[in-house]
Write a protein that binds this ligand. Sequence first.
Ligand code: ZN
Length: 181
Amino acid sequence: MTAQLDLFGHSPAVRETYGIHSAALLEKAKGPGGCTCPLCGQNVKIYRRTITAAMVVALIKMYQAYCRYKWSTEDRDRSLHVEGLLKRCDCSSGTRGDFHKLRYWGLIEKVEEDRPDGSHRNGHYRLTPKGRQFILEQTMVQKYAVIYNDTLYGIEGDYVGVRDALKEKFNFDELMKEEVL
Ligand SMILES: [Zn+2]
């Protein structure tokens, strides 16, 4: 749990000076109105993001692409430009906009690559071993990611498998049969 290391973006050193009990504050920040940060006075609201059916569809597309042309390559080359993949698969804009949140659950990881323009935003992600196990129904994840300011504060809630996460909106077996370009 990273919550003990960092409170609402303030460094641990600052937090210690003020003697803040971060666990209690985090709970309060998850409430309906959030809480006031004792360090800077700003209102802080922490969100619980659910792993959605659309995200899991994107993960399945990644898995299928790996099956088609990635498992045979070197580990370091196993990355995909996911947005491009999802476009080719006619996935909705919601799916394309949300898939990157799968990294909160450790199901995918962003590929950091220095480019000449100094940008890290190359849009490439890897399916992790955990992501693969999730698709193969060998592991489950807790339903909610606790997020503040794009930082993960923890994972909580009931455990869900790939079929639970797809809900009634999508049929897992049908999705797994689809061809990936
Ligand atoms: Zn603050």
